[in-house]
Unconditional design. Structure first.
Lengths: 251, 306
C-alpha cells in the first residue's frame, strides 16, 4: 500500500543487517526485524502493511509466524427455525490468537515434520484450540474449522502460503497484512531458520497494536466511564440539533 | 476517504455515510418523519453491527428531534402536559426495552430480534401508507365518498384515571397516552428510532388529538426517550458511536432542508405512496436476509474479553 516511498529506507536497513550478520555469523545464523514495532489505529486507519525483513546464512528455510494476543472466542451456529435463521448452539474456545500470520520459503510439509511443526505451533492447522465448555471433540471440530474459516474471511488469519523469497542467497522479506479490524495488544513475531528439518535459529520480535489519538480516547471513555460518555453523547446531540435549528431558522 | 469508527470498530467510507445521512435527511424533510426507521436498516446493510446501528441511531434521533421540536415549540404546537404523560410511559418502556436488548445481545439473538421488529413495523407502516395514499387519490376523483369521523367513542374512553388536557381539548384516561408511551419506548430501545411513525397515528386516531399539536408533542417527548435510550445503551452495551452519529447528523440536517423545499413542490398523496414503497422495499430486504440461507452459518459472538 504505502510501502514504495520507504523502499530506499529499507534498502539501507538491509545493508545494515547484512553487515551485522557478517560480524556475528558464528553466533547467530539469523537476523530479522520489523519495519515498525507498533501499529497505531487512528481515525484514518483502514488496515496497514508491515515489512518483516532479515538475513540468514543462506542455507535452509525461513519460516515466519506472527501471533496476536490470545482471547476467548465464542462461535455460534445458525439454524433454521420457523423459516428464519437464528443462532442456536455456541462453542467457546480459549487461547485463540486474535491474529495469525504464517509464511515460509517452501510449503511447510517440505520444511519439517508434523511433530516439529506442532511443537512450535507453526501453521493454523496446528493451533491448539480447546473448547472451554466441555463440548464433545467431534462437535467441537466443526466449530474449530468454522473459527479458522471466519478468521480467514475477516483477514485475521493468513491462508497458508509461502511468499518468502530469499534474495542473493541471504536476504529475505515478508509482507504482513493487517486489516482494519485488527485486535489491539502485544503481538509476537517468531522467525525460524530451519536446516534439515530442525529449527537451528529463532529470532523473536514484538509488535504493539494500539488505538491512538481521538479514537483511543473515545473508545476508552466509552468503556471505562460509560455513564459520562452517554451523557456527553446526549449533550453533543442536543447541541448539534439546537445549532442546526438556529442555522436554518432563517432559510 | 475511509474513517475508522471507534465504537463500531471498523472503517467505513465517510462520503458514503454522509450521502446516506443526506438521502435519509431529504426523505425526512419531505415527509416530516424522523428517518431513524430507514437509517438503522441501511446502516446494517452496509455492515455496521446491528447493536451499534441501533445505539448510534438513538443518539442521532436526539439531535434530529431537537431542531424539529424547537420549531414547533416557537409556534406553540406542543401540548406539554400530554407530552409529559407519554414521556413517563416512554421512560418505562425504553428502560425495559434496553434491558431486554442487553439480555438478547448476551444470548446472541439481538440481530434477529432487531430484524423481526423492522420487518413487522416497516411492513405495517409501508402497507398503511400505500393504501392510504391510494384511497386519498381515489377520494379526490370521487368527492362524494364519506369522510372518516375524527373522534369516536370506544371502550378506551371508559378507562379510569381521567385527566383533562386543556391544550388538546381532551378529557381522557391517563392510561391511554401512558401505554402508547410504553409501547413506543420499547420500540425506540430495540429499533433505535424515535417512533414518530407509530406515535403520530396513535395520537390522532387513538387519543383524538388535534393534528396541529401532534408532531410537536411527539418530537418533544422523542428527545427525552431517545436520550434515555442513548444513555442506557452507552452504559449497558457501549454501542453508541458518537463519531458515526455526528457524521449522520450533519448529513441529515442538510438533507432535511433540501427535503423540506422539495416536499413543498410535490403532491402529497404521490409523496406518501413513494415513501410507502421505499419503506416496503427496505422491509422486504430485511425480511429476505432473515429467511435466505446465509452463506456462512457460523459467526463470532460479541467478544467477551480476553
Amino acid at each position: 500500500m504505502r510501502i514504495t516511498p520507504k523502499t530506499a529506507f529499507f534498502v539501507s536497513l538491509f545493508a545494515l543487517v547484512l553487515t551485522k550478520t557478517t560480524a556475528m555469523e558464528a553466533a547467530t545464523a539469523l537476523v530479522a526485524d520489523l519495519s515498525r514495532d507498533h501499529i497505531e489505529i487512528t481515525t484514518s486507519f483502514s488496515g496497514t502493511r508491515l515489512l518483516l525483513f532479515g538475513a540468514t546464512e543462506g542455507v535452509g528455510d525461513v519460516v515466519v509466524v506472527v501471533r496476536g494476543p490470545n482471547r476467548r472466542e465464542v462461535i455460534r451456529k445458525k439454524e433454521r427455525v420457523l423459516g428464519i435463521w437464528i443462532n442456536r448452539e455456541a462453542v467457546t474456545f480459549g487461547g485463540v490468537p486474535g491474529y495469525y500470520f504464517q509464511a515460509s520459503t517452501r510449503p511447510l510439509s517440505q520444511i519439517a515434520s508434523k511433530n516439529i511443526l506442532s511443537k512450535h505451533r507453526i501453521g493454523t492447522a496446528r493451533l491448539v484450540l480447546k473448547p472451554l465448555d466441555g463440548t464433545s471433540p467431534a462437535l467441537a471440530n466443526n466449530y474449530r474449522s468454522a473459527l479458522l474459516r471466519l478468521k480467514q474471511d475477516h483477514g485475521l488469519y493468513t491462508v497458508p502460503s509461502f511468499p518468502i523469497k530469499i534474495t542473493g542467497g541471504r536476504l529475505f522479506r515478508a509482507e504482513l497484512v493487517f486489516p482494519s479490524n485488527v485486535p489491539t495488544g502485544i503481538y509476537a513475531a517468531e522467525i525460524y531458520l530451519f536446516q534439515n528439518g530442525r529449527p537451528v535459529s529463532i529470532s523473536r520480535k514484538t509488535l504493539t497494536v494500539r488505538k491512538a489519538g481521538i479514537e483511543a480516547t473515545i473508545f476508552e471513555f466509552a468503556h471505562q466511564h460509560s455513564a459520562i460518555y452517554g451523557i456527553f453523547a446526549i449533550l453533543v446531540a442536543l447541541f448539534a440539533g439546537w445549532l442546526a435549528g438556529v442555522i436554518f431558522r432563517k432559510v | 476517504m475511509d474513517l475508522y469508527f471507534p465504537i463500531a470498530e471498523m472503517s467505513l467510507n465517510a462520503p458514503m455515510l454522509f450521502g446516506l445521512g443526506t438521502g435519509v435527511g431529504i426523505l425526512s424533510g419531505m415527509f416530516g418523519v424522523g428517518g431513524g426507521f430507514l437509517m438503522t436498516p441501511l446502516l446494517i446493510f452496509i455492515g455496521v453491527p446491528p447493536a451499534v446501528a441501533v445505539g448510534t441511531e438513538a443518539n442521532q434521533v436526539v439531535a434530529a428531534s431537537v431542531s424539529g421540536a424547537l420549531a414547533h415549540w416557537r409556534r406553540g404546537n406542543v401540548d406539554i402536559k400530554m407530552g409529559v404523560v407519554i414521556l413517563i410511559g416512554g421512560f418505562i418502556g425504553s428502560t425495559f426495552g434496553v434491558g431486554i436488548f442487553t439480555r438478547l445481545r448476551n444470548l446472541g439473538h439481538i440481530d434477529v430480534v432487531i430484524a423481526l421488529f423492522y420487518v413487522t413495523f416497516l411492513g405495517i407502516v409501508g402497507v398503511l401508507m400505500v393504501t392510504e395514499s391510494v384511497r386519498a387519490w381515489l377520494n379526490s376523483r370521487n368527492p362524494t365518498a364519506s369522510r372518516r369521523r375524527l373522534h369516536q367513542h370506544t371502550w378506551m374512553h371508559g378507562l379510569p384515571f381521567k385527566i383533562r388536557f386543556r391544550r388538546s381539548k381532551l378529557y381522557i384516561s391517563a392510561l391511554m397516552p401512558l401505554s402508547i408511551g410504553i409501547f413506543v419506548g420499547i420500540l425506540s430501545a430495540i429499533m433505535g428510532v424515535g417512533g414518530g411513525f407509530i406515535m403520530v397515528p396513535a395520537m390522532i386516531y387513538l387519543l383524538g388529538m388535534p393534528t396541529s399539536l401532534v408532531v410537536g408533542t411527539s418530537l418533544f417527548q422523542i428527545i427525552f426517550v431517545t436520550a434515555n435510550v442513548t444513555f442506557l445503551q452507552s452504559v449497558q452495551n457501549q454501542t453508541v458511536d458518537i463519531i458515526l452519529a455526528l457524521l449522520l447528523v450533519v448529513g441529515s440536517v442538510i438533507g432535511a432542508q433540501i427535503g423540506t423545499v422539495l416536499g413543498a413542490k410535490l403532491r402529497g398523496e404521490q409523496l406518501r405512496a413513494l415513501l410507502g414503497l421505499i419503506v416496503l422495499a427496505v422491509g422486504l430486504r430485511v425480511a429476505y436476509d432473515l429467511v435466505a440461507m446465509p452463506s456462512e452459518l457460523y459467526s463470532f459472538a460479541v467478544s467477551g474479553g480476553h
